[in-house]
Each structure stands twice: as structure tokens, then as C-alpha cells.
Design a protein around this ligand. Structure first.
Ligand SMILES: Cc1ncc(COP(=O)(O)O)c(C=O)c1O
Length: 383
């Protein structure tokens, strides 16, 4: 035996993160209930004790009620399924709705997983141009232009349109209702990638005009991933949720079953808390916290890009004062200083541009973050 086993086995996660600002992580922190569920349901195909053949049909534990009653109401869609992530939800839609060689229009702020999903489904992508810095907006005019370009170049409308709402770089919330009307006026089905919305903020697929929605459990629903949600309208459910001819309970795009263990049980465990936090009044507090931190950092000479005033917890900053310090010291100084204060989330080596999320951090800890930036800038500028 030549495998060195000493480095495997239980591994402690040693990232100091009393305060976590990592946009990938803030909405995925487990609730105490989910932490408990992880232990309880971590073994084997744990949810399959009483399975009749399809994950969403399991009555004990109450996955059926969660998938067929609670989630459709929460998302405002006719049908919901659990996937292994937002990307799998997007792929399922693209693969079932489009044919090889079709065109998908997507916003220029789309996440890489939307593009890769389209590539896996062998589709062509037309990106909607975003406005220049500092706003990086997706406008209705540019969306219409991209649709027209596809029509001109291929002789027919795109097979699908996607909007990232909000996008994962700037936290911009485009005018989704107007884009949905435009898309539908052109006879195109509309997919909203709500990976940073579903589980954080009020979200209703029907009100937004989405035929399909994709959400991410580990990103925004305090679930232990990989897990996501897929919402589909009545009109498209027969296509996206088509069942296998050979295995009559199994949905083809889901490869029969998806999250069949601790992942779904942590999502269910966190759901009551997630439902509460996404209420308009609670979300409004999150937006106010984001705006407050943005104002504090701008007072220090940083510049928040994207929508202003900002409407989401994910924010992108251009930080010239920190970049200038990095030129005198080294590019890891900010990471080191933040780590020393147990503030996690700004990637090692970044100083000039970085994104952070204030979701769930709370005003008190955000005050510590603002003070940390102030102290760091003062310390290095005094040298
Ligand atoms: C905007 C956006 N969409 C989708 C994803 C992918 O989510 P998942 O990991 O659930 O596939 C991400 C992940 O960073 C994202 O930022």
C-alpha cells in the first residue's frame, strides 16, 4: 500500500471567521437546526427509508410537503424540484427546453455556471452587454438588442432567455419584470437565476414573470450543499419534468433522484428560519445594513460599484487607498490584517477590487468591519 493515509480522515476547518463577509458563504451558514440535521441524516441514503421511488414523493420525512406545498408557495411557482445546485437547475431547463445549436440570451453579468450549463447542453450564448463602470447595469434596451441580434443572425428568436437576479459580481437587481415582458413578447421562455435571491429576499416567480427559476441551497438557504431548487411553470412542467419511459417514477432531467440525504434535510431544517428572514421587513434591514457599510467604506475613499443606492447585500468595491498601500507593502497585507481580526471573506491578494456580502452579519459586527478598514488604512498610511 503506497497511499499516505495520514493526511486524510477528519480534518478541522481552521479559517478564522467570527465575522464572515464571503458572498459565497453568508447565506449558507447553517442554522442550529440544520447542524443537528446534518448529524441525524448524514448516514447513507438516509431519506430513503420509506421511499416509493422518487425523492419528491417521500412522505416520511415530509419531503413531499416541502417540495409540493411549501416551496411552490415560497417561490411563487407551480412546480418545484430539488436539484444538486443552481447550476443543475439551469442545466435541466436548458437541456430540456432547447435543442443542440439553439441560442440562449443571457445578461453580461451571468455567472460562469450559466455559460457552462449552456455549453454542456451544446447551446450558443449571446451575452447582453452591460453598461460601463461604475454601474454595470443590464438595461432593457441592451437586452432587446441582444434578442434582435440573434433574430438577425439566425432567422429566429433565441430558444431561452436568462437573467441573473441579482448578479453575483455587483449585486445588481435588473428590471426583471420589464425584461420578462420583453422576452415573452418575443415568444421566448424566461429563466431567472435567483441563486443570490431565493432564501435571502422576497422572491415570487410569477410576479417576476419567470417561467423557470433556479436557487442555491448552500448559497442562500442555509443548507449544507450541494443542493438547489428548480421552479417551473405549469406550461413547461411536462417538458422539464418529463418522466422516463422505462422507469416511470423517475424524472429524466433529475437523473431519477437528486439530494438524497443530509443536504435536503438541512434545507428542510433551516426552512422556517429562511422563510422568516426573506420577509420584506427583514430583508429591508439587510439592505439598510449593506447601505450603511457602503457609506462607511466610501467615507474611507473606497468606491462601491453597481446599483446605488444599493439594493442587495452583495457589494463590489474599488479600493484605491488599499491598492496604494499594497504597492508599498505587499498584496497580502489586507488579507493578513483581516485574518488577524477574524474577518473572513476578502480573497487573499485582493486589494484593488473585491466583493463582500453583509447578509446576516448584523450592524454590530459590521461596525467592527468598518473600524477594521479604518484602522488598517491609518496604520499603513502612518508608516
Ligand atoms: C450568481 C450565481 N449563480 C449560480 C451560482 C452557482 O450556484 P450552485 O453552486 O448552487 O450551482 C453561483 C455560485 O457562485 C452564483 O454566484
Amino acid at each position: 500500500m503506497s497511499i499516505n493515509l495520514s493526511k486524510f480522515g477528519f480534518i478541522k476547518r481552521d479559517t478564522p471567521r467570527d465575522i464572515n463577509l464571503d458572498p459565497l458563504q453568508t447565506g449558507g451558514v447553517l442554522t442550529p437546526e440544520a447542524r443537528h440535521a446534518l448529524q441525524e441524516w448524514g448516514d447513507e441514503y438516509s431519506v430513503c427509508d420509506y421511499c416509493g421511488g422518487a425523492l419528491d414523493e417521500i412522505k416520511t420525512p415530509p419531503i413531499y410537503d416541502f417540495v409540493h406545498k411549501a416551496l411552490p408557495e415560497f417561490l411563487g411557482c407551480d412546480h418545484v424540484r430539488i436539484t444538486n445546485g443552481a447550476r443543475e437547475a439551469k442545466f435541466a431547463v436548458m437541456h430540456s427546453i432547447c435543442k443542440e445549436g439553439d441560442w440562449v440570451v443571457m445578461d453580461g453579468n451571468a455567472h460562469y455556471s450559466s455559460l457552462v450549463a449552456a455549453q454542456r447542453a451544446r447551446l450558443n450564448v449571446k451575452l447582453v452587454e452591460k453598461t460601463p463602470a461604475p454601474e454595470y447595469k443590464i438595461t432593457l434596451e441592451k437586452y432587446a438588442q441582444a434578442i434582435e441580434e440573434v433574430k438577425r443572425e439566425t432567422g429566429r428568436p433565441p430558444a431561452l432567455a436568462l437573467l441573473t437576479y441579482p448578479d453575483g459580481n455587483y449585486g445588481n437587481l435588473a428590471d426583471v419584470k420589464a425584461i420578462s415582458r420583453l422576452v415573452h413578447d418575443n415568444g421566448i421562455p424566461f429563466l431567472v437565476n435567483g441563486a443570490y435571491a431565493i432564501g435571502r429576499m422576497p422572491f415570487n416567480a410569477k410576479e417576476l414573470g419567470a417561467d423557470f427559476v433556479a436557487g442555491s441551497g448552500h448559497k442562500s438557504m442555509s443548507a449544507s450543499g450541494p443542493i438547489g431548487v428548480l421552479g417551473v411553470s405549469e406550461e413547461y412542467a411536462p417538458i422539464v419534468l418529463e418522466k422516463s419511459k422505462t422507469h416511470k417514477t423517475k424524472e429524466i432531467e433529475l437523473l431519477g433522484c437528486t439530494a438524497r440525504g443530509a443536504t435536503i434535510m438541512t434545507m428542510i431544517a433551516s426552512f422556517p428560519a429562511v422563510y422568516e428572514r426573506a420577509r420584506p421587513e427583514n430583508w429591508q434591514k439587510e439592505v439598510e445594513n449593506a447601505r450603511w457599510l457602503s457609506a462607511q467604506l466610501e467615507n474611507l475613499g473606497l468606491r462601491q460599484m453597481g446599483d446605488k443606492p444599493h439594493n442587495h447585500d452583495l457589494m463590489f468595491f474599488e479600493a484605491m487607498p488599499l491598492y496604494e498601500i499594497s504597492q508599498k507593502t505587499d498584496r497580502y497585507f489586507l488579507y493578513r490584517e483581516m485574518k488577524a481580526r477574524s474577518i473572513h471573506g476578502i480573497k487573499p491578494g485582493l486589494t484593488k477590487n473585491f466583493k463582500i456580502s453583509t447578509f446576516g452579519v448584523g450592524r454590530e459586527k459590521l461596525g467592527i468591519v468598518a473600524d477594521a478598514f479604518k484602522e488598517i488604512i491609518k496604520k499603513y498610511n502612518a508608516c
